[in-house]
Structure formats: C-alpha cells, structure tokens
Design a binder for this molecule. Sequence first.
Ligand code: ZN
Length: 238
Amino acid sequence: MSLWLLGTSGAVPDPRRDYVSLVVEDAGCLILIEAGGSPFHRLGRMGLDPMRLEGVFLSHRHPDHLSGLPVLLMGLWLQRRARPLWIAGPEDTLERARALLELFEWRSWNGMFPVNWRPIPLEPGAVVETTGGIRLITAPVSHSVPTLAIRIELLEGVAVYSADTEPCPELIRLARGADVLIHEATGSYPGHTPPERAGWVANPCCEFYTPRACCWRRINATAVRRTRQASPRKVLAR
Ligand SMILES: [Zn+2]
C-alpha cells in the first residue's frame, strides 16, 4: 500500500504545483482523493495507471477540489473503462459534481461505465466503503462550505488529510495517533489555516506532518520555517 501527493496547491494557481490531490494504492487498486486540476495526467506522470482507479473521494464542492472530474471520467471512458467507479463526498458536493458532468452531457457518452454515488454524512466517524483492506474514515471540519477531512488507515500506517479547514477539534480527534498529517496551510483567512497553526494541530496528533498548499510563492518560501518553529515534529515536505 502506498500514498502519493499528486498536487499540493491551494486555490490560487501556482505554476509549479497542481491543485491538491492524493492517491492511495491498495492491492492493485487506486483511490483518488480530490479531483481538481488534471488528475488523469498526474497519475500517468507518477507511473500509475488511471484505469486502476476504484473510486474518488471529494472533500467539498469548491472548484479546485472537483473541477477535474469531467476530464478524468472522459479519459477513463475514452480508454474504454467498463467497471463501475464510485464517487464519495458530502451530498452537496456530489450534487455539484453531477451538475458539472451534466454540462458535458455525460449520459450521452456511448458506452459510459457506471458511476456509483456515495454520499457521506457530515458526522464524525462516517466510513467510506471500499473493497480492499484500506479503511477510510471521515470527519466534518471548519470551512466555508460543508467539508470532510479523511483518515486513511493502511496496514503500514495511518495518514490523515485535513482538506480545507481552520484548526478544529474534529480534525485533532481524527488525526490522533496518525503517522502522517497532510494539513492545509493556505494562510490566515476564514476557513483556512496558516502554517504555524497547522503545526499546532499536528503536535498532539502525529509523528510527522506535511503542510500542504500555501498559495503564493512568497509564503511558500517561509512556510516550512514557520511550521518548524511551531512544531517539533518532523516536517516532511511543503
Ligand atoms: Zn475550499
């Protein structure tokens, strides 16, 4: 089992990084977390075959987290995928994703594979069903729209992805005991977290963490230093 970061950018475009997304590999299957940017291309660059995707988890309905979904599904369709794909997330996020696909008349795509929609309740401990040995547990976090963070439990360890959020007790509880916390570090804005506060969240929770997604290069240059000052845990990447 493995976990990759395909992109780490916040909503403000960054020429060096795609929008945030992660992929988890388990027993030959891939689970994509977030579908902003160009996930099909990013998977290919990582040497991962997008046709192995089992499902997609979307944390919330903002465009930088789901706008790549139509081209992802179109790419799979053009490569003649036949088996179903599940898409999970908050109910309003799935509604937005369906509306986006309707714009491209996806129901008329000849031979389109089935999509199973899996709404996840906005309550701590809700589970995303998967077919493999991986366990996905969610918790609502504090953002401007309904948003779910996700805990990824693998045989080799546990990773937690914050999605977009202010520091909040639900996330601290979800991340407790994790090996890695992938936390947003967009800055001091409502519904977001500055780097030093991400370190504050990580301290009681986990051994390592990586601050994801600072929006501007100027902030990126200082993000790792600020997080290291705030947290004695090892910062893996920016
Ligand atoms: Zn957002």
